[in-house]
Design a protein around this ligand. Structure first.
Ligand code: NAD
Length: 496
């Protein structure tokens, strides 16, 4: 399967040819047809044209996957941890061997640039290696209880886990949940988003090729209501990891409540980059640019607000506007600065937000319009957009737009910056730019967010836990803490 990215891209653009793609759900170690026989189409967001079909799953398909996962769990939980280490490392190596194909598919399915997809695929292989390293270190502790008792804790896998994946990071969101689950000894049923099903199916096959027993890793494709809803509500599922919108997250929370199923929610955000009056303006402008325009702003943790001190507002905006106006937008496979919006429906949502801002008289200083690929005149794109000098209660400050739209807020003090940062219902990420580390750390202490970066925005990584506060959700993924969702503690005592 190790075909080069150049070959794949030439086949796609010049010869209208696609590599052979998975055609069914991945259940019990094999690709299988769906129960209903119905198919959904997958679209290239950068052309708006369909390039493949995949199975529209339903409750019967989910039932089969859960039966396989229930059986798979019994075998997998008993494997030696050292065998899990070796297997997950083999899977990571296979991901690296298939790096070009996976990156190509990720770009085609999601609309992101090839460079972004390549970063996601390489990072996902690292995630597998990181959790491979954890699989034989999940020990408990012995607890002193006095002379007449011995006691200790055991960390056990929770059982079958369900993973609901969004479309903005189909590969890395999938792997960041699946890797710790498998390392802990859990089995998996995953449901990718309806616009981006392919990389999860391909990675499931690679895990199987690496030696994962049948039934441990299952992927059911389809619509959220038809395939996701019956999965999360099933009592055989012992943990649900949901990444997606707040509205669906609330639905999932209500759906799992009767079974008291464990839940991780990774939801939306309205994360700020704060530029204090003493910051390096050049660095803050560059940080703000990529905080919002990476992945066309379709990132839960995008820096979708810039909170800037009045003293440096003009200087920072000059630099930021020059850079934003120079960004090249186009087909992700041609590796521009910014790729497409994932679907027509989502483009309409982004556009509606900005049209409402226009109607309110907001100051849109660049962008603000739907566009197409300048080379082909096709596809679903939105101009890099900046709205200046917004009030805290403006909807563009409060609501997640999930597109390339930056809301700028001007403040007169650090205290005002803090209030602005904490003044939404989200709490995912904050970037703080200042040359005074004490000043920056005071804000880091008081900002309510899951992760804070000083003089950087996209910091962190696989080793650091990631997750939100408030309506950004709860639970942490990545890092050692990412294993907590997939393990439970048992205490054992012996009377002497
Ligand atoms: P979405 O909520 O529409 O869909 C997410 C997933 O849920 C999809 O796979 C969908 O099919 C499934 N789904 C829909 N209804 C369901 C139901 N009733 N039961 C079970 N599953 C169901 O979200 P989206 O539009 O695909 O993703 C964008 C949102 O995700 C944004 O709000 C973004 O902030 C958030 N997001 C958060 C993170 C994070 O780590 N915090 C990461 C990526 C995206």
């Amino acid at each position: 399967m190790s075909i080069s990215a150049e070959q794949l891209i030439a086949d796609y653009f010049d010869r209208a040819q696609m590599p052979s793609l998975p055609t069914g759900h991945f259940i019990n170690g094999a690709f299988v047809a769906g129960d209903s026989g119905e198919k959904l189409q997958s679209f290239d967001p950068a052309t708006g044209e369909a390039f493949a079909e995949f199975v529209a799953g339903n409750a019967t398909d989910v039932d089969k996957a859960l039966a396989a996962a229930t059986k798979g769990f019994e075998a997998w939980r008993k494997t030696k941890p050292a065998d899990r280490v070796a297997l997950l490392n083999r899977a990571a190596a296979l991901m690296r061997q298939n790096h070009d194909l996976l990156s190509f598919m990720e770009t085609l399915d999601s609309g992101k640039t090839l460079a972004e997809a390549e970063g996601d695929v390489a990072g996902s292989a690292r995630l597998l290696e990181y959790y491979a390293g954890a699989a034989d270190k999940l020990d408990g502790r012995s607890v002193p209880m006095g002379p007449d008792q011995m006691a200790w804790t055991v960390r056990e896998p929770v059982g079958v886990t369900a993973h609901i994946i969004p479309w903005n990071y189909p590969t890395s969101t999938f792997v960041r949940g699946v890797a710790p689950a498998l390392a802990a000894g859990c089995s998996v049923v995953a449901k990718p988003a309806e616009t981006t099903p392919f990389t999860a199916l391909m990675i499931a096959e690679l895990l199987s090729e690496a030696g994962l027993p049948d039934g441990v890793m299952n992927v059911v494709t389809g619509l959220g209501g038809d395939a996701g809803a019956p999965l999360v509500v099933d009592p055989r599922v012992k943990h649900v990891t949901f990444t997606g919108s707040v509205a669906t997250g609330v639905n999932v929370m209500q759906a799992v409540a009767p079974n008291v199923t464990r839940l991780t929610l990774e939801l939306g955000g309205k994360s700020p980059l704060i530029a204090l009056s003493d910051c390096d303006v050049e660095a803050a402008a560059e940080g703000a640019l990529w905080a919002i325009f990476s992945n066309s702003g379709q990132i839960c943790s995008a820096g979708s607000r810039l909170i800037v001190h009045r003293d440096i507002h003009n200087a920072l905006m000059d630099k930021l506007l020059t850079r934003a106006k120079g960004l090249k937008v186009g087909h992700g496979l041609r590796n521009p600065d910014m790729g497409a919006i994932n679907s027509q429906a989502h483009l309409d949502r982004v556009s509606a937000h900005v049209e409402r801002a226009k109607a309110r008289g907001c100051n849109i200083v660049t962008g603000g319009n739907v566009m197409t690929d300048p080379e082909t005149g096709k596809g679903w794109f939105f101009e890099p957009t900046i709205i200046d000098d917004l009030a805290q209660d403006d909807p563009a400050v409060q609501e997640e737009i999930f597109g390339p739209v930056l809301a700028v807020q001007v403040v007169d003090s650090d205290e005002e910056a803090l209030q602005a940062a904490n003044g939404t219902e989200y709490g995912l990420v904050t970037g703080i730019y200042s040359r005074d580390i004490s000043r920056a750390l005071r804000l880091a202490r008081d900002v309510d967010a899951g992760q804070i970066s000083i003089n950087d925005y996209w910091a962190g990584g696989i080793e650091l836990p990631f997750g939100g506060n408030g309506k950004s959700g709860f639970g942490r993924e990545k890092g050692w803490e990412g294993l907590d969702a997939y393990t439970k503690f048992k205490s054992i005592t012996v009377k002497l």
